[in-house]
Design a protein around this ligand. Structure first.
Ligand SMILES: [Zn+2]
Length: 306
């Protein structure tokens, strides 16, 4: 696998004249901010997403104390949510915001977080996606850094499976199989800002009524309410769904957030069967490590400096 797209434009002044063959890096036109409770801790949380220059990538600054790239080797936990951090400075449930940034095509941003968790909003990525769309993106004068596999990779964990294959764009196929009333669902999409905003971003976190009660007993889902999650009882969802296969679409949303941890824009097809944060993050960590090894072996700079 290799990293493509580090070529600088020969004339990098003035407004970029679009070369249709090259995708350029982007950042936000202005800062955006979100405040609210986290889903799992219920604690007040605040995150500001700030514009950043080309080559910066997506990076976290936590408690004004530590800064690190949004990359799989900074994942410290994957139980029900993706948690990143350094030492005691940790941020939980980063996947929905990262998903909105990658899905909207934002290459560079600084995520300044106060609090232990990203606010849950409505349990989907819609609030983040709408805010990104409202401020808009600026095109930068450097080609997009893409993560491009040169062969097919397969990852397994019990009955969970993840296949990452070469492709000309970022495509995801997601297969889930839950107990009734959710059952088996399938969704596939080519991830572009347009398809992401319309078909993926609005789909909410979900759970079963009995499971939610158990989570609350374990001290999780403290911020969970019927306003930020779809809850399924024995007969079906207790409130209307936003799409008939909302659980599969939310799993795709989560996967896109976890694949933002590649540290470059994925140009690959991902086929996911019953996968979750643990398998996604294991796969992405191994893929990042292999890329860094390949880059080092080829005598090039590693994929992304820290
Ligand atoms: Zn999620």
């Amino acid at each position: 696998m290799s990293l493509r797209g580090t070529r600088r434009r020969p004339n990098a002044t003035g407004s970029p004249k679009a070369n249709p063959l090259v995708q350029y890096q982007t950042t936000l036109r202005d800062a955006i901010a979100f405040e609210g409770a986290g889903l799992h801790t219920g604690a007040a949380a605040r995150v500001r997403v700030l514009p950043a220059p080309a080559g910066h990538g997506l990076r976290f600054r936590v408690d004004d104390a530590v800064e690190f790239p949004a990359r799989a080797d900074y994942v410290v936990e994957t139980v029900r949510a993706t948690v990143v951090g350094v030492g005691e400075h940790r941020v939980s449930t980063v996947e929905h915001l990262l998903s909105a940034l990658l899905g909207s095509g934002v290459d560079n941003a600084l995520l300044a977080v106060d609090g232990p968790e990203i606010p849950v909003a409505d349990g989907s990525a819609k609030v983040f996606c709408d805010a990104i769309e409202a401020v808009g993106l600026t095109t930068l004068h450097e080609a997009r850094r893409r993560w491009v596999p040169t062969e097919t990779h397969l990852f397994r964990d019990g009955d969970k499976l993840l296949i990452v294959a070469p492709a000309s764009s970022f495509r995801v196929r997601m297969i889930v199989d839950y107990p009734a009333p959710i059952g088996a669902q399938y969704v596939e999409a080519e991830i572009t800002p347009d398809t992401y905003r319309r078909e993926i971003a609005p789909n909410r976190t979900f759970g079963f009524l009995h499971e939610v009660e158990a989570l609350i007993k374990r001290g999780l889902a403290q911020g969970g309410t019927l306003d930020n999650a779809v809850v399924f009882g024995t007969d079906g969802p207790v409130a209307p769904l936003r799409s008939p296969n909302e659980p599969a679409r939310h799993k795709m949303l989560d996967l896109i957030g976890d694949f933002a941890l590649l540290g470059a824009y994925p140009q690959c097809e991902v086929i996911a069967v019953k996968s979750g944060h643990k398998l996604h993050c294991t796969a992405v960590r191994e893929l990042v490590a292999a890329s860094q090894h390949d880059e080092a072996a080829a005598g090039r700079r590693p994929m992304q400096s820290q």
